[in-house]
Design a protein around this ligand. Structure first.
Ligand SMILES: [Zn+2]
Ligand SMILES: [Zn+2]
Length: 87
């Protein structure tokens, strides 16, 4: 049992403060970008290329891993040693 109850990690954009807020570091100015690991093309798959039987040409399927974002903004402090992050 850990002594301190850990809040689930979150990294969200605070619209009111116009800044990213890390549940560990608070407001952070230093952010990185992790490209989606799912192999999508900027958040989408070309359905027709994946499976021409199910999709028409030009049908785009939203990537379920990144919800069409193509990747994630991450806290720079938390991820300073993360080799997957693009700065
Ligand atoms: Zn994706
Ligand atoms: Zn952080």
């Amino acid at each position: 049992m850990s002594e301190t109850a850990q809040k689930p990690y979150s990294f969200v954009f605070d619209e009111a403060k116009d800044t990213w807020v890390c549940s560990v570091h608070g407001s952070v100015e230093w952010t990185g970008w992790v490209p989606c690991w799912n192999g999508c093309d900027d958040g989408y798959f070309d359905g027709y290329e994946e499976d021409p039987l199910w999709y028409d040409e030009g049908d785009m399927e939203t990537c379920a891993a990144c919800n069409g974002e193509g990747g994630w903004v991450v806290c720079g402090e938390c991820n300073k040693n993360n080799p997957d992050v693009e700065w």
